[in-house]
Design a protein around this ligand. Sequence first.
Ligand code: ADP
Ligand code: MG
Ligand code: MG
Length: 491
Amino acid sequence: MAHYPPSKDQLNELIQEVNQWAITNGLSMYPPKFEENPSNASVSPVTIYPTPIPRKCFDEAVQIQPVFNELYAHITQDMAQPDSYLHKTTEALALSDSEFTGKLWSLYLATLKSAQYKKQNFRLGIFRSDYLIDKKKGTEQIKQVEFNTVSVSFAGLSEKVDRLHSYLNRANKYDPKGPIYNDQNMVISDSGYLLSKALAKAVESYKSQQSSSTTSDPIVAFIVQRNERNVFDQKVLELNLLEKFGTKSVRLTFDDVNDKLFIDDKTGKLFIRDTEQEIAVVYYRTGYTTTDYTSEKDWEARLFLEKSFAIKAPDLLTQLSGSKKIQQLLTDEGVLGKYISDAEKKSSLLKTFVKIYPLDDTKLGREGKRLALSEPSKYVLKPQREGGGNNVYKENIPNFLKGIEERHWDAYILMELIEPELNENNIILRDNKSYNEPIISELGIYGCVLFNDEQVLSNEFSGSLLRSKFNTSNEGGVAAGFGCLDSIILH
Ligand code: ADP
Ligand code: MG
Ligand code: MG
């Protein structure tokens, strides 16, 4: 890149431009301990330049998203059948990972046992499929890191970092002589709009199930973490819901759910007690990790919401469909074929998978155990957890495994490491400090799917995300402090 690296003066000017654009447009986050003064937000960690992504890889990820949406809808539908393969698999997983999968599964079983209210048949999946671009065999191929089925973040801020970089380019901030990129090749994600569109559509579907007696317009409840720092990402969806779709929303913690909501006995409908406001859609931005449930009361709140007639985004089964164990099972062509019969679709999915092994007593599981102990440098070990910071990498794997009883190893999967290209021509800006180190980038594609027990009612690609991290860090979470938001320049 001819304009890289910038001179010291240029860099200082760019940093100022980024900070000012970000504050003007809400490309921001709360800093730690913001509760002391919630009027202070800080600029999200971002890269200063966009990162080049091969057009072929981006197009492939976009095109395959509806197939992944369909796949995970079918998986969830299958899990709901008591004798199905995935029902039994999840049951077994609930035993080996009793702390989290087991808890969610027991809530699901509880909804079946005490089915006192009318059942809501619609489910809304708001998904994000994450990829690294593998360069191992001299080709560039997207390889799936994971498929997220709950609480996917950054749809709102993704759009903003894209617009930031496009602005810097068009306003000649990268180079006073003129734009350094062809603006046509800069991706502007519509994810902030498209996720709110999916939520609004779910509200419409809910309304269409009602007799004409529904009085007020039902709303969306965002179920959020206490002291959430990534509020402004979520706010983009809330504001879009109202401004683009006329749909109101509220933000509720699990405490609020316990204190402020009730379910109508006859209809199972969910309401806010004080205002009798009806809730059509329960959208989770919490509940994806053990620490989101601080006491038995939080689990009760989750069960209470699950039992209601509101449409859940996601419901328990859709959340469980995104377990790393299921991702591992799907790498078996026979298993995948149960949920996607079309041969072309199936092979396009398989192309994006790397090898994933179970660590159980099957033939493949024994091979997995052998590789984990003898060639750990090629692998990452993952538990059934979300939200970053949970994986064990490379040489740390053998000792980690030796520290736990072998009969518990099947709660983990062993995944081949993907080797992406390093980008040495970018700069990370975090807390007003710039870091000029090689980065690697993870592409995320959003997808929204509304489905019931039999059918897929709508299925859409919903925008993109690029997150980058230092090559030296194993994990890439932006909120967790490992990574930053980036944008895509296609080449
Ligand atoms: P989580 O659900 O906690 O986000 P991930 O499966 O996304 O878990 O793993 C976290 C991070 O670890 C990823 O963002 C990526 O940086 C790294 N990682 C995970 N799997 C692989 C892999 N197969 N190859 C290389 N890096 C990986
Ligand atoms: Mg995840
Ligand atoms: Mg991840």
